[in-house]
Ligand binder design. Structure first.
Ligand SMILES: [Zn+2]
Length: 487
């Protein structure tokens, strides 16, 4: 593959547009980093994105999208092509750290942290969206730019509900990015997954005096779990089944009335995951029958595998090469090396390499709710290094790196890369056609079907969140929606 490093005027224009709002983007990234709000609780974070998008001339199309109070959708322009940009902004528990290269709890006592860098994902997506909108407006570019506030990626991702509800329908392509320890197009597959809660209900009794009067739900759960272990031998080598006991009773001298297992089923595609899910449901029934208890299996969350897209991966790689990796100061390299030393890795500092997309995309074992979007339209992401080799996301080092200049620089590079590919998607029908053809070929005759059980109206995690907490936020969002409807 030949790589041109000469950018068109339009591409240079959007890159300059990113630079023009750089200070705003860094400010947003740092605010979100400090807030470090957990999945489904990102009230102030989503509010900040909505406010900033409004200030920059976007229409807020929906707030509390798909029954998720912290999700939103915004847009600019009209007609086709329709190009989407995704943002995320949730933090992780237990990863709070000061933005310093040693394990240091936050002085304000906050224990949550942006160890996955979703503060940067949000700000980078915002930067790409603003840069593209400014360019579209100035040059009368036809088309619609859509921005998605994809809340709760770390938990029951909003994209799953948004995809089910048709929020991503009519997209021609969608863009996203993620911090990591390498810089490369996200030309990789992820695993499809179903997440199940298996409940067993038995009959309580005094375990010492009259155990024959009881029926143990825990015994049903144990039999079920043993069945899962025996089943593994007969699954495809690509399948994964991993579980925890979320309830196994409270006291040994009480026959256990309720037991619960949380189980993840992963494989390379939905049909394989669904086939295993059916088997698992039968096994739950069998375990209940054998123990004279009752079972219920609920798919409370699930995701599609991620469809890669070679034409978009090749093009975003060209842009990444033209933009180039950030230059790091001596202090920044020293910071990165100290983070590496803290995990026993070789202190090599930040990398100077951008890795080209593989011809054959590798299959990763993890899952992402971006998978849902990748079945709606050609979807491409950029991975940009925020961590040095040997460190990775979901660590305190990553939280620290995502709250200082190394993270900021990655976020700016990502914003430029996404905006540049966005220009192509709006102006290069050949690229869009090639991306669509690749998408159709990978999707084949599969018809999208949400993994969610029909009884799932909204993420289960919302039930655990005090709704009083949301009232002020909901009011704020309603006001914004009214204002933008008037505008
Ligand atoms: Zn993440």
């Amino acid at each position: 593959m030949s790589v041109t490093t000469k950018a068109s005027d339009a591409v240079l224009e959007v890159q300059a547009n990113v630079e023009a709002v750089q200070s705003t983007l860094v400010e947003v990234a740092d605010k979100i980093w400090k807030l470090a709000e957990l999945s489904l609780e990102e009230e102030e974070s989503s509010g900040l994105f909505i406010d900033t998008l409004k200030e920059h001339g976007f229409t807020i199309d929906s707030v509390g999208t798909s029954n998720i109070p912290t999700a939103f959708a915004a847009s600019y322009g009209s007609g086709g092509p329709v190009v989407g940009v995704m943002t995320e902004y949730d933090a992780l528990p237990g990863l709070g750290n000061e933005p310093v290269a040693e394990k240091t709890p936050r002085k304000d006592g906050k224990t949550t942290g942006h160890g996955c860098g979703h503060n940067l994902i949000g700000a980078g997506g915002l930067g790409a969206a603003i840069a593209l909108k400014e360019w579209m407006e100035k040059n009368n570019i036809p088309g619609t730019l859509r921005v998605f506030g994809a809340a709760a990626e770390e938990a029951e991702g909003a994209k799953i509900y948004m995809a089910r509800d048709g929020v991503f329908d009519n997209l021609d392509a969608c863009l996203h990015w993620h911090p990591l320890s390498v810089t490369t197009p996200w030309h990789a597959k992820c695993a499809a997954v179903n997440m199940l809660l298996i409940d067993f209900n038995g009959k309580t009794a005094h375990a010492g005096a009259v155990p024959w009067e009881g029926r143990s739900a825990l015994h049903a759960a144990e039999l079920f779990a043993h069945g899962i272990a025996l089943m593994r031998e007969h699954l495809h080598p690509t399948a994964r089944t991993h579980y925890i006991y979320t309830d196994g009773g409270l006291a040994p001298n009480v026959v256990i009335e309720h037991a619960q297992i949380k189980l993840f089923i992963r494989d390379v595609n939905r049909p394989l995951v669904e086939a295993t899910t059916e088997w698992v449901k039968q096994m739950a029934k069998g375990a209940a029958m054998a123990t004279q208890t009752e079972s219920k299996a609920l798919v409370f969350c699930g995701m599609h595998d991620l469809l890669p897209n070679k034409p978009l991966a090749d093009r975003i790689y060209e842009h990444a090469v033209q933009i180039g990796l950030p230059e790091y100061t001596e202090e920044e390299q020293a910071f990165a090396k100290k983070c590496q030393e803290a995990t026993g890795a070789k202190p090599t500092g930040m990398s100077d390499k951008i890795i080209p997309p593989f011809d054959e995309p590798p299959a990763l074992g993890g899952s992402t709710d971006v998978g849902e979007v990748s079945y709606m339209a050609p979807t491409m992401g950029m991975l940009v290094q925020t961590c040095p080799a040997g460190n990775n996301v979901h660590t305190w080092q990553a939280t620290a790196l995502h709250g200082m200049s190394i993270g900021h620089k990655a976020m700016i590079m990502a914003a430029k890369t996404l905006a540049s590919l966005g220009v192509d998607l709006f102006t290069d029908p050949e690229l869009l056609a090639a991306a669509q053809a690749d998408f159709k070929q990978r999707k084949g005759d599969y018809v999208f079907k949400t993994p969610l059980d029909p009884e799932m109206k909204r993420p289960m995690g919302l039930d655990g969140i005090d709704h009083k907490l949301h009232e002020g936020h909901d009011q704020h969002l309603k006001q914004l929606a009214q204002d933008s409807a008037k505008a």
